[in-house]
Design a protein around this ligand. Sequence first.
Ligand SMILES: [Zn+2]
Length: 102
Amino acid sequence: MLLPETCSIKVDGVGCNLPPAHVVSIQSRDGSGEYMVAVVCDDHKDGLEKRLQEMQKAGRVPEGRIHFQPVKLVVTDCVAGMEEDYVDIELKRGANSDRKLA
Ligand SMILES: [Zn+2]
């Protein structure tokens, strides 16, 4: 799963154009799974968390802990020069808990 290039938030129907700063996922309470639900910029992080909590109460997204993973933390100094590829690999690994790689 590729990282979207812009924040997932829409304000009055218009999508936010800022690059995402956090990958947002929901971790199930029993630890059996983690669902990536969105990416969000710094400006909309708090608003998205409130919105997700409302959606959890309404049963529209899975119950569980809302988890923000900073995108920038994935890109560490030790992989300088290949940041973009590294981000993709980390996200694929996180999204596929049942890896089928030999
Ligand atoms: Zn945004």
